[in-house]
Design a protein around this ligand. Structure first.
Ligand code: NAP
Ligand code: HSE
Length: 429
């Protein structure tokens, strides 16, 4: 039985620094709960000259991943470097060399998770990835362990810290989109390429992982209807406020009969819904089970120490498994045939903003257009615009996705009408 376990870390950025800090600052507790001492042997970086502060003192750096993934003395590899191709190559090498792996990389787990899980099993190694979804919120373990007995019906919420940070700053402080994004980047929440954050791709990848664990279903990223917040304007936020809503980027995976509907996009959330009060980089995930009912998990979804907390907790699990001789069991063995719901089966209310000429008969034309698809109005506001134009904002009654898509196609081609935006509307509490 080993008394100490050696760790190799791939990456010394925001999360890597946090992992080193937690391993150092919480060392006595970690030793007690694992029964071994955890030592960092080496950290992979790209740039040896970068100033990494006092936490780097005494830490050996390398530019060569092989010095970690092929080092026979290293027991656990922590991958916090990001990217898909290099990270995948290194993790595969580590697993084949019999090393246990902990990663925060949702891109990799969403795209190649099943392959890596199978490789880990084949090599009797652990592979954990709690930090890949919702940073410091232990949502994956909650779904896999704490709610294992239940039939999950809905998983939805705010799973991207950067976009929630941007939307909070735009809503509460009137900041511009660009300034808020810059701040999120400086604070280390955003991905190295923030396109993935602002276009909803990061959230969609997290929904792939949540769907896999909650429903045992494998939904591909390109099967998830995904919209980001890049084109969202202050006036959309203002209009939502007038109607009693906040705009949030929400990922949702809803069970409909024995099928699933997964999407990501900006949604109008009623002010009285708990998700409306989730600010800054915080995340919040609702999980609704047939037996347990509605549960909510809230906390920091990004950032150095919150994310590192999840990473190091995975390291603890790996260390305990090594001690108990229980390594190599897959994190979740739940699997179910993947069946996507049809558009006609998915119902929501929608917020639709249209610009049109302010002249007699235009409203009648608009009403006819909506009634053509049997779509009724729940709320409606008209605002005058310059040059005899007006902006009309409609919240529809509940309609299915097929009705919504047909309406949008016709609106896009309509004379004298310009579709501005269409967002889903969440129902109140
Ligand atoms: P980051 O700050 O950009 O750090 C990346 C680190 O990896 C840097 O130290 C970089 O080296 C190193 N690196 C990257 N590519 C490399 C390569 N090809 N070879 C050698 N070293 C390489 O990233 P991060 O924010 O810590 O994120 C790391 C991972 O955690 C990502 O998968 C991200 O999605 C995930 N994650 C991040 C957060 C968050 O809040 N930041 C939250 C949850 C999950 P240099 O320092 O020399 O440049
Ligand atoms: N860029 C991600 C976010 C990091 O903002 O949520 C956490 O996964």
């Amino acid at each position: 039985m080993k008394n100490n376990l050696q760790i190799g870390i791939l990456g010394f950025g925001t999360v890597g620094s946090g992992v080193l800090r937690i391993l150092k600052h919480h060392e006595p507790k970690l030793n007690q709960v694992t029964g071994v001492s955890l030592k960092v042997k080496k950290v992979l970086v790209r740039d040896m000259e970068k100033n990494r502060g006092s936490i780097a003192e005494g830490i050996e750096l390398t530019l060569d991943a092989d010095e970690i993934v092929s080092d026979p003395e290293i027991d656990i590899v922590v991958e916090v470097m990001g990217s898909v191709d290099d990270a995948k190559k290194y993790i595969k090498k580590a697993l084949v060399s019999g090393k246990h792996v902990v990663t925060a990389n949702k891109d990799l787990i969403a795209l190649h998770g099943n392959e890596l899980v199978a490789l880990a099993k084949e090599n009797h190694c652990d592979l954990y990835y709690e930090a890949s979804v919702a940073g410091g919120v232990p949502i994956l373990r909650t779904i896999v362990d704490s709610l294992a007995s239940d039939e999950i019906q809905k998983v939805f919420g705010i799973v991207n810290g950067t976009t929630n940070f941007i939307l909070s700053k735009m809503t509460n402080e009137g900041k511009s989109y660009d300034d808020a994004l810059k701040e999120a980047q400086e604070l280390g929440f955003a991905e190295s390429n923030p396109t993935n954050d602002v276009d909803g791709i990061d959230a969609a990848r997290k929904m792939v992982i949540l769907t896999r664990l909650a429903y045992g279903m494998n939904v591909e990223v390109n099967q998830i209807e995904t919209k980001g917040i890049r084109n969202l304007q202050q006036k959309d936020i203002e209009m939502a406020r007038k109607l009693g809503y906040k705009i949030k980027l929400i990922g949702s995976a809803i069970q409909i009969e024995n099928k699933i509907s997964v999407d990501v996009g900006p949604i109008l959330v009623p002010n009285n819904h708990p998700l409306a009060s989730v600010q800054d980089e915080n995340n919040a995930v609702f999980v609704v089970g047939a037996a347990v009912g509605e549960t909510m998990y809230y906390g920091p979804g990004a950032g150095e120490l919150p994310t590192a907390t999840s990473v190091v907790s995975d390291v603890i699990t790996v260390a305990k498994n090594i001690r108990l001789g229980t390594s190599g069991n897959v994190f979740s063995s739940y699997q179910h045939e993947t069946r996507l719901a049809e558009d006609t089966e998915v119902f929501n209310k929608y917020y639709i903003a249209i610009e049109m000429q302010d002249k007699t008969g235009q409203f009648l034309a608009l009403t006819k257009l909506f009634s053509q698809f049997d779509i009724g109005f729940d709320q409606i506001i008209q605002q005058p615009l310059p040059s005899d134009m007006s902006k009309v904002v409609i919240v529809t009654h509940k309609i299915n996705k097929d009705q919504q898509k047909k309406l949008l196609t016709v609106l896009k081609g309509a004379n004298e009408m310009n579709l501005l935006v269409c967002f889903k509307v969440m129902e109140g509490k």
